[in-house]
Design a protein around this ligand. Structure first.
Ligand SMILES: N[C@@H](CCC(=O)N[C@@H](CS)C(=O)NCC(=O)O)C(=O)O
Length: 205
């Protein structure tokens, strides 16, 4: 078994969180290298695309969170073998990456601009993506996005919708998911109760 070192911010969320949960579900040991924002500043230029997460496999860097989620997801039984179901899973992962990028564009703005940007985001891209994801959940049968079972798409959606409900984003009301995409809100609760997700967070205590 290769050695795995996953570098990301010291938060229980974000782009690395589905990868951490999948590693745990697979029973594969990995070094969970959690860094502070100043530490990231120091190492940023050493990462391939000046960003994290970075997974080192036997010391060699690999990047791109969705690719990493798929890689570990396959080892954890959390990625469909069927091509069409894998496509459905990938569509959700890609949409969530797009949504993350829309959110990140509002970071670091001065207060007045931030308020306007967040209100525009909530009524625009955020609602568009939440509604679209709700529809993809319905396509998958209502419980999971693909394969009628838990996949890394469910994990990334759960991490994102949990974050939106946490109040971490100023000017984004914590009930946005419940209001705009009720099916997605139920999905978040369902995934948070999945034994693999519960076991991962129990291991963090
Ligand atoms: N498409 C990349 C995006 C990576 C990315 O933007 N990561 C953020 C943290 S979640 C980052 O490192 N940002 C630092 C920067 O842009 O300086 C992925 O999915 O891994």
């Amino acid at each position: 078994m290769p050695s795995y070192k996953l570098t990301y911010f010291d938060i229980d969320g974000g782009r690395a969180e589905p990868i951490r949960i999948a590693f745990h579900a697979a029973g594969i040991a990995f070094e969970d290298n959690r860094i502070s924002f100043p530490e990231f500043g120091e190492m940023r230029s050493t990462t391939r695309f000046n960003a994290v997460p970075v997974l080192e496999i036997d010391g060699a860097q690999v990047t791109q969170s969705n690719a990493l989620s798929r890689y570990v997801g396959k080892m954890a039984g959390l990625y469909p073998a069927d091509d069409l179901q894998a496509l459905y899973c990938d569509e959700v992962l890609g949409a969530l990456e797009d949504l993350s990028n829309h959110i990140v564009r509002t970071f670091g703005l001065p207060e007045e601009e931030l308020k306007l940007a967040r209100e525009k985001l909530v009524d625009g891209w955020m609602s568009t993506f939440l509604r679209g994801l709700d529809q993809l959940l319905t396509r998958g049968g209502g419980e999971y996005f693909a394969n009628d079972q838990l996949t890394v798409a469910d994990l990334r959606a759960f991490v994102q919708t949990r974050s939106l409900g946490s109040g971490i984003l100023d000017y984004v009301s914590i009930d946005i998911v419940q209001r705009v995409a009720p099916g997605l809100f139920e999905h978040q609760q369902r995934i948070s109760a999945d034994p693999r997700v519960v076991a991962y967070y129990a291991s963090r205590m």
